[in-house]
Ligand binder design. Structure first.
Ligand code: SF4
Length: 162
């Protein structure tokens, strides 16, 4: 199984999605959003390699405390092949899965190398960070163009509001 290039991990957070969540930050992003607050995470070499089993064991230590797991970055969909087995394992554990992406859902569905992740995601926070829509008071997102999409089997069920 391919390791993931990991920029960071939080055992629990309340600002990266609803509830109490473990957060995995993956390295590498090509979106180049002006004003990006995670410049070092744009580098695909930033951080270190971690196996799926190592990441899972960290998450399992928190399982009784957390509501779910958030995958952020960077751009998680650039590591789709490595990420797929992790999402499958988290789904089996019945943990809610949030994924942040700079892509739009509609574009992800057109790319077979990325759309494979969608059926395992409960909430997709999509869209690039746009300075024109940035607001420090927003909950769980940096700019108001970013959407909270509740997915069921990879399809949009509803648009969540926070
Ligand atoms: S998608 Fe996120 S990490 Fe990538 S450039 Fe935009 S703000 Fe930065």
């Amino acid at each position: 199984m391919r390791p993931l290039r990991v920029a960071g991990f939080l055992d629990h957070s309340t600002v990266n999605g609803a509830g109490f969540r473990s957060v995995l930050f993956l390295s590498g992003c090509n979106h180049s959003c002006p004003g990006c607050h995670n410049l070092e995470l744009q580098d695909f070499n930033y951080g270190e390699d971690a196996t799926i089993s190592k990441i899972l064991s960290k998450i399992l230590k928190n399982k009784l405390l957390i509501d779910g797991v958030t995958i952020s970055g960077g751009e998680p969909f650039e590591q789709s092949t490595g990420l797929l087995p992790l999402l499958m394992a988290l789904k089996k554990l019945e943990l809610s899965i949030w994924v942040y992406t700079g892509y739009l859902y509609e574009d992800l569905t057109q790319d077979p190398s990325k759309s494979t992740l969608l059926p395992f995601i409960d909430v997709l926070v999509d869209g690039p960070y746009l300075e024109a829509y940035a607001d420090a008071n927003l909950k769980y997102r940096g700019s108001s163009n970013q959407r909270f999409l509740k997915l069921t089997q990879g399809k949009i069920e509803t648009l969540l509001v926070y």
